[in-house]
Write a protein that binds this ligand. Structure first.
Ligand code: FAD
Length: 411
């Protein structure tokens, strides 16, 4: 439910109601279905009325893995999401100007879809309405957390909402305020940052031929380029473009007219979807790998981009955060049933121990793919060719690549 003024004490405070904070709040609410369990979500940017302004719920689309669809199903939200997603039945990976390419097909892996594409705004609408209709979740928005300090019972927070300021205590704070978190700096939590000197150009794109539910990932001289399938509107075939560019090109391409830019895109993407006809509004995102050096402290856990911000090349950022969410929720549910404090370090350690291998592997996989597919060195070109061929020809490599794409992490 939406509130105007917070209580003094909560079991849980979630800082940031973006894709990750909102998903976590809905997941824990669904798992701990108790009247006296209280969750406060504080989001800086006004939701539902102007969802497009909220950072998390902008014009982008997100590829949800098959595993993420199961996580939303466990939260009781898949039924609503299923109406607004586009299934990915096939993934086609290729290297521009070279022969190597690889196909993954849903039937081969015994699933209806390898994953799903959802427009971020649509995910925002479902998550926000779930938070608003919950009795345990109190949503304070727009409001900002100014400070967080440890105290005897967990964490003490200072919240600003309009012209008012409130003090709130919580057993556990879930920090999901994104990759630029000033709170993290305030708490003295350092980050390891690697700049890729690349930017992503994002836009919706219209094209001549139907996409047949195929997601295209193409590696080009500037970096990877992906076109994800979206539902047609008024018989217009649509997709979501994620185009990795060098810093200089991103500035140049963002300023170009559509007539100038479309032929360049066509040249890099090829003719798989026929003539590329139209580009929607363009957005540019700088890309880096940024990982927090600490994810847990007594009474505090970092989730989503504030814990790890990844290159979007392999579409793993939100999917990893959802797997983190799933494990964190199950550990907290157990602690709650044992009447232990949710912010106890041993509880949070149990979460991190269960997730650290998945996090490390996903971060390394994404980083490796980014490096491999953003270089034209002869060695890396051969490695790419070999990699794409082996995905097609070697069953064990094919299986493990497909499992990662589908978000089915096995330890
Ligand atoms: C181009 C691109 C494409 C991507 N594609 C995919 C994909 O296909 N698949 C995938 O899995 N991932 C993808 N990702 C990654 C995914 O978008 C991120 O993992 C996800 O957005 C992280 O969400 P978040 O909630 O952690 O952070 P954010 O989206 O940054 O949200 C943080 C929220 O916290 C709020 N906030 C900040 N400070 C405060 C404060 N002090 N008080 C209160 N609220 C505050 C903000 O208003 C915001 O709403 C992509 C990323 C990019 C850049």
């Amino acid at each position: 439910m939406r509130i105007q003024q917070p209580q003094d004490n909560y079991d849980l405070v979630v800082v940031g109601g973006g894709m990750v904070g909102a998903s976590f709040a809905c997941a824990i609410d669904h798992a701990i279905d108790k009247e006296n369990f209280s969750i406060l979500v504080v989001e800086a940017i006004a939701a539902s009325s102007s969802i497009s302004e909220q950072l998390s719920f902008d014009a982008r689309s997100t590829a949800l893995s098959f595993g993420s669809s199961r996580i939303f199903d466990n939260m009781g939200l898949w039924e609503q999401l299923a109406d607004v997603v586009t299934a990915i039945k096939e993934i086609h990976v290729s290297d521009r100007g070279r022969l190597g390419s690889s196909h993954l097909h849903h039937a081969e892996h015994g699933v209806d879809a390898l994953g799903y594409v959802i427009e971020n705004k649509a995910l925002g609408v479902v998550l926000n309405s779930a938070m608003e209709s919950s009795h345990s979740i109190q949503l304070l928005c727009p409001a900002s957390i100014l400070t967080i300090k440890p105290d005897a019972a967990g964490m003490a927070l200072q919240i600003e909402s309009g012209s008012e300021s409130y003090s709130v205590n919580a057993s556990l704070v879930v920090l999901a305020d994104g990759g630029k978190s000033p709170i993290c700096s305030q708490l003295g939590i350092d980050r390891t940052v690697e700049q890729y000197s690349q930017h992503a150009l994002i836009a919706n794109i219209a094209f001549e031929k139907p996409h047949n539910n195929i997601a295209f990932e193409r590696f080009t001289d500037t970096g990877p380029l992906a076109v994800l399938p979206l539902e047609s509107i008024d018989q217009c075939n649509r997709g979501s473009l994620v185009w990795t560019l060098t810093t200089e090109q991103s500035a140049e391409f963002a300023a170009m007219s559509e007539d100038e830019l479309l032929p360049r895109l066509q040249q890099r993407f090829g003719n798989r979807l026929g003539r590329l006809q139209q580009l929607g509004e363009r957005f540019i995102y700088p890309l880096s790998l940024s990982v927090a050096k600490e994810q847990i402290r007594p009474g505090l856990v970092l989730l989503g981009n504030v814990a790890h911000t990844l290159h979007p090349v392999a579409g793993q950022g939100l999917n990893l955060a959802l797997r983190d969410t799933q494990v964190l929720v199950s550990v907290l549910q157990k602690a709650f049933s044992q009447a232990r404090s949710l912010g106890e370090m041993s509880v949070l350690q149990e979460y991190l121990e269960q997730q650290e291998m998945d996090q490390a592997q996903t971060i390394n996989f994404t980083h490796y793919i980014t490096q491999l597919f953003s270089s034209n060195s002869t060695a890396k070109t051969w490695l790419r060719k070999f990699g794409l061929l082996s995905i097609d020809l070697i069953p064990s490599i094919r299986k493990s690549f497909a499992e990662r794409a589908m978000g089915l992490f096995s330890k």
